[in-house]
Design a binder for this molecule. Sequence first.
Ligand SMILES: NC(=O)c1ccc[n+]([C@@H]2O[C@H](COP(=O)([O-])OP(=O)(O)OC[C@H]3O[C@@H](n4cnc5c(N)ncnc54)[C@H](OP(=O)(O)O)[C@@H]3O)[C@@H](O)[C@H]2O)c1
Length: 364
Amino acid sequence: MNESRIRTLLGRAVRLAARGHGGAEPNPMVGCVIVDAHGEVVAEGFHRRCGGPHAEVDALAAAGERARGGTAIVTLEPCAHRGRTGPCTDALRAAGVARVLYAVADPNPLAAGGGAQLSASGIQAELFPHDGARELALPFVKRVQTGLPWISAKWAQSIDGAIALANGDSKWLSCARSRHMVHRERGRVDAILTGIGTVIADDPQLTARGVRVHRQAMRVVFDPALRTPPEARICDASAPTVILASESLDAAATQRANQLVARGVRILRLGAGDTMRAPLAALAKEGVARVLVEAGGGVVGRLLREEILDEAWVFIVPFVIGDDLARRSVRGLTPAVLAAVARARLMSVRQRGTDALLHYRWTR
Ligand SMILES: NC(=O)c1ccc[n+]([C@@H]2O[C@H](COP(=O)([O-])OP(=O)(O)OC[C@H]3O[C@@H](n4cnc5c(N)ncnc54)[C@H](OP(=O)(O)O)[C@@H]3O)[C@@H](O)[C@H]2O)c1
């Protein structure tokens, strides 16, 4: 198999892996393609749900005897440990695979070392770096290395960068197809983060509607002074709600906190300077792997300042607002020179209905 064929098959494995989004987490999304001894693709697989078979095992089950003497092409190093399922290294050995190519080394010290174990047992195991597989693994790598969830912001903005009119009106900027895509993503993440500015302006419910719900996302509100009205829709019983509030609250906020807690809302404390790292790390420990940010410029600006925002999905809608006082997609940053601004990488540009969808990631 030449390098270009391996790259093509890894691209296929990445696309398979992405189908696991919403089911696989907090495990990594992983895809696997098995080719036989003649280089023909005989099976494909991916990690569908946490606790279920890993991608290699899924693909090997489909390949059966045709895997013998063949090659497994996997987006992530096969695991070498027994978690809820057995080690993939054992499954690959038992299937008689002759060669294993994996695109990213496992960052999890508990599961790493699969490549070396396979080599030690006579299977030709090699790391074959692939950009798509590296990007795919980033959410998992970030959580293992920093203890923080993967944080994706989405917002709809006019051509001139406004997310709402000066009076807060923002319904609806984006087209129905774009909004449907956002609901699908809501049904695949563990938490949806917004800010008190948005709660007060829009009173959103932030639940996934009209789509398949793979997992129930908790609603998280950045609300330092705890201004969330206890009757806000975001505090309804349709999903759990967490409010991130400052350590010190005035008497009125303390009273609101008691009412909110009585409604089933959890309150987590922000760190010094109202930083979000500590409560987000605490949520990650509870299994929150993916956070979707649907907030105004205040929250997005804070996440960028704290250098914990990983990506943005920006819907550019065909309006020009043109008002100096219109709300901006990001605020609160004060760069002195352009060279100090963190540059994002443009990942993709697509059309969704009447909107353009730009996907950016920040490299850290
Ligand atoms: N088009 C879209 O996709 C979209 C999506 C969501 C929301 N929105 C719009 O966004 C608007 C709300 O935006 P927003 O920026 O006011 O609210 P936000 O991002 O939802 O929440 C941020 C809130 O945190 C507060 N805050 C406290 N300390 C802060 C600090 N140091 N830095 C930044 N914020 C801090 C802000 O208070 P202060 O106001 O006192 O700074 C602000 O109310 C609404 O009009 C909503 O309709 C649009």
